[in-house]
Design a protein around this ligand. Structure first.
Ligand code: TXA
Ligand code: MG
Length: 339
């Protein structure tokens, strides 16, 4: 067991002394959780296999799963890749710093524990002053989301603590992450644009900016396999069905929580909440561009909810909302069903 250190840090003007202390942990080959604009990351010195290996132990993460390297300038990218294709330059100019990760051909200098033994490396420049300051001090940082493997990504330092207290050296606490949804990942290493994970940047926007089609392989679903919760997830296709499900589950003595969304009328939500004695009632932010989905999923875990019933979700959506809905549908597919 480690004695995890928690440092409060100003998200807009990070205190340099705190950043230096955190960077020192990284240089000492320890792990530091830090905020980004998407979710909290669990960082280790990217060029040091011994340090990076600790990430896999702390998270209980499958070894072959590659890590994104977080950078603060493009010089650091040049040192890790064999080539920066024109389309990568366009996307970096447009989105960096920001929630788009790109996969490029890796040089042999990148440790295989980072690439998962592949000949590519995933790169990301986070749009968060704390993250950028830390990378400036410590150099490129390999970082997955700072959750135990299998849990939802953390959007607050408290979430990180729940999962990793005693397993990592330090946590930089800069409050809640602005987006609450991971970066979009595009593989550019094969002369085409291949989507690896939907995320905060809309695929439509990437196509518009590059003038190229983004291919979506079937394997994309695997990316969400790690968002598991114990509750059964049910997504209802209409309001009648929604009420039926709540009633049925409550009668069966299950602990039921419901999730409305911010596109639904408040009056209707109140009626449902009053009519059925649900354990918990949440409102999912779909349209704000800042997601509370992971906070909801973590709360559902903590409250030992048996069944999580989603009120009807709009199926036609694009961008941020589409990425969010995809994650919800994936958790439903694994844990339960659509109704
Ligand atoms: O927003 C984010 O991307 C957050 C913050 C912390 O930056 N990071 C994050 O990392 O979500 P992680 O490890 O939880 O998810 C990154 C995904 C992994 O599932 C991994 O399989 C994929 O990116 N990945 C990383 N490098 C790759 C590569 N070279 N080729 C294909 N997939 C890669
Ligand atoms: Mg993750």
């Amino acid at each position: 067991m480690l004695q995890t250190q928690y440092f409060k840090v100003n998200p807009l003007q990070p205190e340099i002394e705190i950043i230096k202390q955190a960077a020192q942990y990284i240089k000492n080959l320890e792990l530091v959780a830090f905020p980004t604009e998407t979710v909290y990351g669990l960082g280790a010195m990217a060029y040091n296999p011994e340090a990076v290996n600790k990430i896999f132990i702390a998270k209980a993460r499958p070894a072959a799963n590659p890590l994104l390297v977080h950078v603060s300038n493009t010089e650091q990218v040049k040192e890790m890749v064999t080539d920066i294709p024109a389309v990568a330059r366009i996307l970096m100019a447009k989105y960096w710093p920001g929630p788009l990760s790109i996969v490029l051909s890796a040089r042999e200098t990148v440790p295989s524990v980072v690439t998962g033994g592949k000949n590519t490396v995933g790169l990301r420049m986070p749009d968060h002053r704390v993250a950028l300051a830390l990378i400036e001090e410590a150099g490129p940082i390999a970082a997955p989301s700072a959750n135990l493997s299998g849990h939802p990504s953390p959007v607050t330092a408290a979430h990180v603590k729940d999962d990793l207290d005693g397993r990592i050296a330090a946590v930089l606490d800069a409050g809640t992450c602005g987006l609450g949804l991971e970066s979009t990942i595009i593989d550019l290493s094969q002369g085409r644009l291949i989507l690896i994970r939907r995320g905060a940047v809309a695929v439509e926007n990437i196509e518009e900016i590059t003038g190229q089609k983004v291919e979506m392989p079937d394997t994309i679903e695997n990316q969400y396999a790690h968002h598991q919760i114990n509750a059964e997830v049910i997504i209802c296709e209409n309001q009648v069905n929604f009420e039926k499900q709540i009633e049925k589950m409550s009668l069966a003595g299950k602990k039921v929580a419901v999730v409305f969304n911010d596109q639904q009328e408040g009056g209707w939500q109140r009626i449902i909440n009053n009519k059925y004695s649900v354990q918990n009632s949440y409102v999912l932010d779909i349209s704000s561009g800042s997601s509370n989905l992971y906070a909801i999923l973590r709360d559902v875990e903590q409250q030992n909810i048996d069944i999580l019933v989603f009120a009807p979700l709009a199926s036609e959506s694009s961008g941020f909302a589409a990425s969010l809905l995809e994650r919800i549908y994936q958790s439903a597919k694994k844990a339960g069903s659509e109704a």
